[in-house]
Each structure stands twice: as structure tokens, then as C-alpha cells.
Ligand binder design. Sequence first.
Ligand SMILES: [Cu+2]
Length: 498
Amino acid sequence: MKRILLTGASLLLILAGCTNTVKEKQSKEHRQMKHEENMDHENMEGMEDHMDHDDIPSLKASKGTQELSIPPLLDKQKSPDFDYEVVAQEGTTQFFDGTQTKTYGYNGNLLGPTVRLKEGETVKVKVRNELNEPTTFHWHGLEIPGSEDGGPQDEIQPGKSKIVTLKADQPAATLWYHPHPHQLTSKQVFKGLGGMLYVEGTDRNSADLPKNYGVDDIPLIFQDRIFDKDHQLNYDELMNSDGTIGDVSLVNGTLNPKLTVTQPVMRFRILNGSNARNYTFRLSNGASFTQVASDGGLLDEPVETDELTLSASERSEILIDFSKLDSDKPIAITDKQGNVLLPFDLNFESKAAKNSTVSWATVEPFLTKKEKDLPVSKEIELFGMMDEVTINGKKFDPTRIDLKQEKSVSEVWEIYNKPDHMGGMIHPFHIHGTQFKIISRDGKDPSSNEQGLKDSVLIEPGERVKLLVTFPEKGIYMYHCHILEHEDNGMMGQVEVY
Ligand SMILES: [Cu+2]
């Protein structure tokens, strides 16, 4: 991986990625078109609930009436037995005037505190279930032994707790944590369980990126929700077995958010925390911004782009230099349709804008020739929709080990999203316990904003994606579609790492 090095105190972003922008956009549009061509609308009968590309409800624009909520940082505990405590609990949240909506949260009413681990650090976390149903605590993207990973085999019953050991033995990254109990994941995330998990870097590989939490280093958890007529998150009534998608946009659980920007250069750590929705983010004025990291850490090179697509569970870190934008016009993060998701209220002294230079120094290539030439040793076929979803023709069986792989030995997994008579749909594919590299998409190099460590990857219908997968620890890990309803419907397998 190439590492970021600070050169001087000036933050003039030298961006080798500029020439990549057009190419990437074209390839994304091509993929979108391919998807649309594949849709066969004559065969839609009986599939009314299937989330057709054209059916996806538009998000309502943020009115900008609430300052964005920033999750608190998780405090250390004084207990000799554990360093942190995370409790899954029920609560209520006031999204709408005069209504308390029943929600779930970690250590609170909705979402959870941000957990920060230093690179190389080992901590003990007491996890406790105060819900009235089983749950698990999954540390999405953390390369830890299967015994600590919090997959569906690790259910914690109501009222029970356990202590897990988290070792952050991997590069700085924006990860997250969420529940993973089989057939309850989608409901529990929908009702509010989820939080950010940062691995903070050492000087060696941590760029001089803004890192003042909540000031110039802001988590943004984008989620869409659908509420019933009483403004409740009544999952059983509202859910869609092809992925529950709503018209209400929440950012960090805030409805109608705005963010007051007090520093000219802002770092945003973006998580698509939705059950199913794919987002393509843009700035309302069409300006470009700089993507610096993907799921598992810094990109090989920073990428200048004017849009960013994230499927469910994917993350990205971006920098926006507001001092370069025309502040007379309203600026917001929008989706692809132009719906305002997060308006910005600029409130900084533009003359105070510091100029800095961030550049990337090559240490090693993203993929070596040897890695690129490795033969495919694991083939994964994603197929189906709604509750007819499978991986390699099978549904999840907790008693079945589907694949085996040796610890620390890299293998090439080829993931194929097999189209059906309706064209198929995007599946975001996630593997636990590893940060992989994308070798190719349909034989072509991944775009520069995917040349970084990943744990989740968007796969278009008909697409074949090759991944270089290495597990640094042992145990049993899940791999699955991160449309949570597909996962709950059995679009999941198990790999045993020995
Ligand atoms: Cu899926």
C-alpha cells in the first residue's frame, strides 16, 4: 500500500486522481446502463414487492432544521475486567414533533457511540443485551479471530453479557459495528442499532488528515427509513423482503439535518448504514471533492471525483475544501437525483484557511503481478431476489461449513452476480474477518477509488469480481449479501479459516 506523507504545513491537495475522474464516471454510468438494459419489465408480475430500480422511492430533501447529531465517543471504563461497555437497548427517539418513536440503540436511544481503537491496541469490551430478543455484536471490518467477530453463531440472549477481545492489528480505517443475529439483523439495524468503529493510525501511516472528532473529522451515517402512519418503525409491517427502503433520510439519526462547518477543510467518514439502499453522493453545486479512503483504509492514491457511490455497509472518507467553493450559493451533500441530504452552513473565517499539502508516497504497488496472476480458487455465485436468494445455490445453514481457507494464505475469490429473467439486482458482498483487495471487475482493473482495502463490494448483475482474500486470524466467518433482508433470507455462507 502507498502511504500518505505530509509535506509541509500547507494543504494544497496534489491530486494525481484528476485524470481518473472522467474514466470512472463513464464506467459507472456504463454499469448503470447495463443494469437498466437487463431489466425486463414484462416479467414483473407477482413481483410487486421486488425492489426494481425504477420503484425505489425518492428521499425527501432535508429541511435543514436540526443541527446534525454527532455520536459521542465511547468512554473507557474503570473496571479491571474490561475497557469498554456496549449495551444494546430499547429506547425512544423524537424524530417528529409530538411523537416518540420506539427505537433501538447502543448505550442510548438510537445508534451508538463511536468506538476508537489505536492501531495495534488490544481492548476488552463487555457487550450486554438489554433487548427482549437475542442479538450479537459484530465488528464489521475488524480482522479479529472468528470467536470475537459476533456473527450469528455468537448470539447473546436477553439480559446476558460477555467480554470480547478486540485487537486492532490493521491499518487506520473507518469501520462500524452492528447486530448480526440470524433473521433479526435487518429489523435490529432498521430500528437503530449501529455505530462507528475507528482504527486510528500511528504516525507512520496516518495521513495529516483532519482528526479533530466532531469538529473537522465528522462521521456521517446515511440511512433511509420508512415510518408507519403513527411515525413508528414498525418493521414487521413495513419491511420488504428484497431490502427495506424508505423515503425518509436520516444522517446520524437526525431527521432534516444541517451541519455547521467551522473549518475550511473537512474530513467526512461516510457509512452507508442502510438496510438496502445504494447511494450516489454529490455536492449540490457539482464541485469535486477528494476521496482518501475506502472501507479498510487509505486509498492507493487520493481520487478527485464529483460523485461517490456506496452500497449498503460500504464506507469512504472524503475531504471537502470549503474555502475553494463559492460560499454565496447553498452547498449540500445530495444524492444522484439532487435531493438534499445534508446542507452545510458555512461559518469559518475564509482567510484562516490553511494551505497544506498531502501527498502519497509509494511503498509497494496495490497489487503485485504475482497477486494479479493467482488462479481463482473460490467461486461464489450470488443469485435471486426477495426470499429466493442463494449463494452457490444454497441458503445459509449454521451447521454447514461452505469453504475452508488457510490463515494468512491469499486466495482469489471470484464473485459472480448471476442475472435472472428480470435482470437481477445489485448485491453488496461482504466477507467477515478480512480486508481484501479488488483484483478486477469483469477482467478490468478496479477504478482508482477501489484501489484500497475493502470488506464490502458492490456487484452489478452479470458482473464477475475477483478479490484477493487473506484472513490474518482463525475461526469461522460469514460471507454474505449486505442487503440485510437478503442476509436474513439466507444469502450467506461460512468459511472456516484454519
Ligand atoms: Cu443481495
